[in-house]
Structures are given as C-alpha cells and as structure tokens.
Design a protein around this ligand. Structure first.
Ligand code: GAR
Length: 212
C-alpha cells in the first residue's frame, strides 16, 4: 500500500514512520512521498535524508483551502498514494482532499479526542488539569479532529509534570501509535462500522493499546 505523508513541522512522527519502515515494521505499507506546506521544515529535511520523494506546496500561494487541496491531490496522485497520513500537518482540509482518498486519510492528534481538538492539544490538556492525557489516531472527516477514532494511547499526567515533559511523553507514544496504525490499515485489519472502528490485532502484545 502506497503511503503519502503530509507534514508542516519538525517531522518526528514522519521519522517514526521512516524508522518503522526501515526495520520492516510497517508491513505492506511503503512510504511513497512526503509533502509539506512549509519549505525548509524539519519534516522535509528528514524525508530528503531518507531518500524519499518530496514536494512542497505553500498554502500561502493559493486563494483558498480548496485550491490548495487540489494542488496537494495532484502531487499525491503522481505517486499513486493509497493511504494519506497527516503527521503534524497543520492545515484544515476540505472535501477536495477527502473525496480524492475516501476513507483513506488519517491524522495524529496529541490529545485524547474528543477532548482538546484543534491546536496544541497537549497544552490544552495540561492547562485544563486532566490526570490522563494521550494521543489519538483518527480518520479525517470534514470536522475539526472529529473523525472516527482508530486508536488511542493514554499518558498519565504526573504530579511534578510541566507542559514540556508531558508533551515529550505524549510525543513518544505518538511515535509508537502512528506506525502501528499505518501497519494495521495496510494489513487490512482496520474496518469502519458506523463511526466505530474495529482493529483486529495480528499478534497479542503486552498491552491492548500496544497490540495494534
Ligand atoms: C505532533 O505532536 C502531532 O500530534 C501534532 O503536531 C505535532 C507534530 O510533531 N499535530 C497536531 O496538533 C494536529 N492537530 P512532529 O512534526 O514532530 O511530528
């Protein structure tokens, strides 16, 4: 299954996918292309270092979100992308993109959705004072971080935590969760029933959350 990745920032989640692919942990998923909207961002550099195909489409060059998305779709189609992964891609997407990859766009979010959607989910959770934070991988729909949840990992907020430490521990879990979900989808183990997502585990692992 050909995977396209969209990113805007440092690209540590992209790196987790690259590393997983290198050790054969993505199953039949193959990273086909990485697209960014911020030229020079860390994700672009990581993709180039890994020898992946890349493209840059700067959203500021487009009149609206739909025309920006059409440009993304054109680039992704060149590489025959079948699964689109938003890994720190900080743009809202439109039907132009979603309809091009129906049921095949996923996103990682640094909070336990539906709590704390939008930007900076980790800070929102920390400021709110929750005791359990975490991360979510979900299918993307037309809402803001509102699509069906595929998998989540919980991260406890410790008494002496500060925002940065919490962010870092959530990020480490993101790096485990995202490749596991990509693999599960590529292996055909993920099905949607209404808005409930069923993930069949190939092998039992030490915890249910890690058994994706
Ligand atoms: C990650 O924490 C990801 O969950 C978050 O951006 C960060 C990107 O880091 N995404 C969102 O907040 C989307 N709403 P990375 O560039 O190092 O992968």
């Amino acid at each position: 299954m050909k995977v396209g990745v969209l990113a805007s920032g440092g690209g540590t989640n992209l790196q987790a996918l690259i590393d997983a692919a290198a050790r054969g942990a993505l199953g039949p998923a193959k990273l086909a292309v990485v697209g960014v909207n911020v030229d020079g961002c860390g994700a672009l550099e990581r993709a180039r270092q890994a020898g992946l195909a890349t493209f840059v489409v700067d959203h500021r060059a487009f009149a609206d979100r739909a025309t920006f998305d059409r440009a993304l779709v054109a680039e992704l189609r060149v590489r025959q992308v079948e699964l689109l992964v938003m890994a720190g891609f900080m743009r809202l997407v439109t039907a132009e993109l979603l309809d091009a990859f129906p049921g095949r766009v996923i996103n990682i979010h640094p909070a336990l959705l539906p709590a704390f959607p939008g930007v900076d989910g980790q800070s929102q959770a920390f400021e709110y004072g929750v005791k359990i934070a975490g991360c979510t991988v979900h299918f993307v729909d037309r809402g803001r971080d509102s699509g069906p949840v595929i998998a989540q990992t919980a991260v406890c907020v410790l008494e002496n935590d500060d925002e940065d430490r919490l962010r870092q521990r959530i990020l480490e879990e993101e790096h485990r969760l995202l490749p596991a979900v990509v693999r599960a989808i590529a292996e055909g183990r993920v099905t949607l029933e209404g808005r409930r997502v069923r993930v069949r585990a190939a092998i039992a692992d030490e915890t249910r959350l890690r058994s994706l």
